[in-house]
Design a protein around this ligand. Structure first.
Ligand code: HEC
Length: 140
């Protein structure tokens, strides 16, 4: 009887510890923000982010110049808003139009599925947001 109880306890402890890695932020196959940008964003926003990618011509709404996000916002880089736009698209973030795609879904798919905002998707958005911050031109 006692042994069965012990087994039960061991089982519960094992369950609890094996659940931890899935909650942890271990994303090993994450490309750099620059790589993500070239792969997913440059077609519209251009390799330099200024909005002159090959797809720009056929879009009704011109892709934003991403080197001017900070300047347009009055100097400071609006990190949280940028992350929202990348994750949910321009429309849902209440800024701009649905011409800016929703990347949260794409990234969660690349990360092996799971919800938008899963570990891979979250990291991809952060990497991209940080990369965009590095491409900001200083206001003249
Ligand atoms: C299919 C073309 C297309 C692709 C691909 C695309 N975008 Fe956009 N993006 C746009 C358009 C168009 C706008 C402007 C929307 C508007 O003004 O209504 C925009 C706007 C933005 C904005 C808002 C800028 C501001 O100051 O308001 C950010 C940030 C942005 N894109 C980031 C990205 C990132 C990061 C990627 C890659 C993950 C990406 N975009 C891929 C078309 C695209």
């Amino acid at each position: 009887m006692r042994q069965i109880e012990l087994l039960g306890i061991v089982g519960i402890v094992m369950l609890a510890t094996s659940a931890t890695p899935t909650n942890a932020q271990h994303v090993t196959n994450m490309p750099s923000g620059q790589q993500l940008f070239q792969d997913h964003c440059a077609t519209c926003h251009g390799t330099d982010g200024t909005g002159h990618g090959p797809m720009a011509e056929i879009l009704k709404v011109p892709p934003a110049d991403l080197t001017q996000i900070g300047a347009r916002a009055g100097g400071a880089f609006p990190a949280a808003r940028v992350a929202e736009i990348i994750r949910y698209g321009g429309d849902i973030a209440g800024h701009g139009t649905a011409a800016m795609p929703v990347w949260g879904m794409v990234f969660s798919g690349e990360g092996g599925g799971g919800k938008v905002g899963g570990a891979y998707s979250r990291r991809a958005v952060i990497e991209l947001k940080d990369y965009l911050e590095t491409m900001q031109k200083k206001a003249p």
